[in-house]
Write a protein that binds this ligand. Sequence first.
Ligand code: FAD
Length: 288
Amino acid sequence: MRIQSIFKEDSVTVSLEIFPPKPEIPIENVTPAIRTLAKTNPSYISVTYGAGGGNTANALEVASMVQNELDTTVLAHLTCIGATKPRIHTILDTFKEKNIQNVLALRGDLPNADFDKDSMEFRYAYELIREIKAYGDFCVGGACYPEGHVEAPNKEKDIDNLRYKVEAGVDFLVSQLFFDNNMFYSFLYRLAAKGIDVPVVAGIMPVTSANSIKRMCALSGATLTPKFLAMMDKFGDKPKALSQAGIAYATEQIIDLISNGVRRIHIYTMNKPEIACPILENISHILG
Ligand code: FAD
């Protein structure tokens, strides 16, 4: 099913994210976790894709498994930095063969600060979005950043750059993780003020370990709230307590979002049913 059709419905949607195993690891290693996540009946499951395309085979296999074996709508991520148009066309042909209709079109992180992106066939995600739309009948999503992308000079300029994605035909946007819902609400107001009215999905990352959060925050630039920092201080060295607190924090964020009218929620589940399932259980009556 196309995600834009799913978003036409009024009910709250909750999607989950998984990542394929590294090339040297067989996908059977992650299959049980993915099956468990699919059984929770998410609106769709997104499958990440490594920047530079070093893990394309596993990403395609996992995306196809979700779509065709688990009968769950898949959103296949695709990055373009360093890719050529023929390479992108080959992957899109495979998506068509595997009945994958939804693509999250991303640039991917630059390999290093001196990387000369201007010599690349694709410099920005909007160029990939334009290419995918021209090549086939795909439903295409793009990334957005409530606190601004780390390379953008400021939040306003980053939103101005989002316009390129909208003009290229993006059907929806998925947000970077955030821990302060007010950042997301203020982002939605700023998008509306600039006339950007495609659906925006709120990305929620439950805390799974102190190290992973430090890494994610360095990459994403997400602000840590005092409440979040207190939780990390208190439970950072107690993994089970931290994951319990992280589940509660993410649940609270999601309930606040839904209470304030946000209907599209994406949980960065990181192949962890033990984190995703309790959150979904906590909001089961809220979702109806
Ligand atoms: P872009 O939209 O190209 O933006 C990159 C920077 O360029 C921004 O600062 C933007 O303001 C600026 N910019 C955009 N257009 C222009 C323009 N026309 N002129 C000047 N500046 C411009 N990475 C992966 O490798 N694999 C994944 O699976 C993956 N999934 C992700 C999922 C989500 C929901 C999100 C939010 C991120 C994901 N990422 C993933 C990370 C993403 O690839 C990085 O954040 C990357 O640095 C930017 O990607 P983008 O698609 O937003 O790029």
